[in-house]
Design a protein around this ligand. Structure first.
Ligand code: NAI
Length: 340
């Protein structure tokens, strides 16, 4: 029986990398029934009134899983970010973003193997902003104990289940004493009560950035609230070859949406040169998650084959322009398929 997965191509380079990813996943023989739905500017172009139509949300809720390309949120148009809204509405509270050195991709750093666990529903991203006077605006940072405890428990559990040793919490509680203060207090309490076997450390975000670029190998799992996790994700992507190689997932109790860290990359959209690997790797994460949650080993087996294919392709110098190669988006996907 086939497994239903919602496919949202998104905007900009989204459709290019989505079609390449779908082709690679299908080539493994896993029987996925892709159900295409719109989000982002693509939804408006398709005649929807919202960037995130109810039909898209309903289908993700029904299937419990989606693979999503990046969506453009028009700046200053009155629309809320599709991504923020999607994560909030479906309560996809944990963003999990692994960052590792890639085979054959030389960067300034070796031994990078970090997983960022980002709180996905609160912080400044709740978008509560007020124009007090024409010259003065505010933005409210929301932090709750419930969400802080939930994401902390997720990060510690993730670390324990995967044999990782340390969770570092990034914060600015010296300045934001109530909000970030609550975030780290909850993390500390959850750690001490249930996860004392995992090494725990707290680090002020500015110092953490400095240490990260000095020696990323000292970090293992990073726990952060929404904004810090977002910024840290791109910073860490830069350590291992850029946004073309950093996958991600948004996990909730009732389902998950898998998407690359990168955005819609308008500067290269339509040229057929975007690196599809970040979304392909997100697809690999999705297949592993499907085995974990649905107990069917065939998905993880397909994930392993794709991973071997891209490791060996990169080793052989088969890559897109962002990694110094010359393959097109689909050329890279085809190179992987030839190696499956
Ligand atoms: P971006 O990630 O789209 O692009 C940053 C830079 O990285 C650009 O130079 C781009 O060409 C490059 N890049 C990104 N992905 C690449 C890939 N797969 N292969 C090769 N090069 C790649 O970030 P930017 O420019 O800040 O945002 C553009 C739009 O994307 C905005 O509307 C933003 O709101 C949206 N966005 C959406 C996200 C999502 O849907 N999850 C996440 C981040 C941004």
């Amino acid at each position: 029986m086939s497994t239903k997965v919602v496919l949202i191509s998104g905007d900009g380079i989204g459709p290019e990398v989505a079609v390449a990813t779908r082709k690679v996943l299908d080539a493994t023989g896993v029987d996925i029934e892709w159900i295409e739905r719109h989000a982002g500017e693509a939804a408006l172009r398709a005649g929807e009134k919202e960037l995130l139509p109810a039909s898209t949300l309903d289908m993700i809720a029904e299937c419990g899983v989606a693979l999503k390309g990046p969506c453009t949120t028009p700046i200053g148009s009155g629309f809320r970010s599709v991504n923020v809204l999607l994560r909030k509405t479906l309560d996809l509270y944990a963003a999990v973003r692994p960052v590792r050195n890639m085979h054959g991709v030389k960067t300034r750093y070796d031994n990078v193997d970090i997983v960022i666990v980002r709180e996905n529903t609160e912080g400044l991203y709740v978008g509560i902003e007020n124009q007090l006077t024409p010259q003065v605006a505010t933005s409210i940072k929301l932090t709750t104990e419930a969400a802080s405890r939930r994401i902390a428990a997720f990060a510690f559990r993730y670390a324990r289940e995967r044999g990782r040793k340390k969770v570092s919490v990034f914060h600015k509680a010296n300045i934001m004493k109530l909000t970030d203060g609550m975030f780290i207090r909850c993390a500390r309490e959850v750690h001490d009560a249930e996860f004392a076997d995992v090494v725990y450390e707290e680090m002020i975000i500015d110092a953490a950035c400095m240490r990260m670029v000095q020696d990323p190998s000292r970090f293992d799992v990073i726990l952060a609230e929404n904004l810090y996790g977002d910024i840290m994700s791109d910073l860490c992507a830069g350590l291992v070859g850029g946004l073309g190689v950093t996958p991600g997932s948004n996990i909730g109790e009732k389902g998950a949406v898998f998407e690359a860290v990168h955005g819609s990359a308008p500067d290269i959209a339509g040229k057929g040169i975007a690196n599809p690997l970040a979304l392909i790797m997100s697809g690999v994460m999705m297949l592993n998650w499907m085995t974990q949650t649905r107990g069917d080993a065939k998905f993880a087996a397909a994930a392993t084959r794709i991973k071997r294919a891209y490791d060996s392709a990169l080793d052989a110098g088969e890559r897109t322009g962002d990694l110094g190669g010359s393959l097109s988006t689909m050329g890279f996907a085809d190179a992987l398929i030839a190696r499956l």
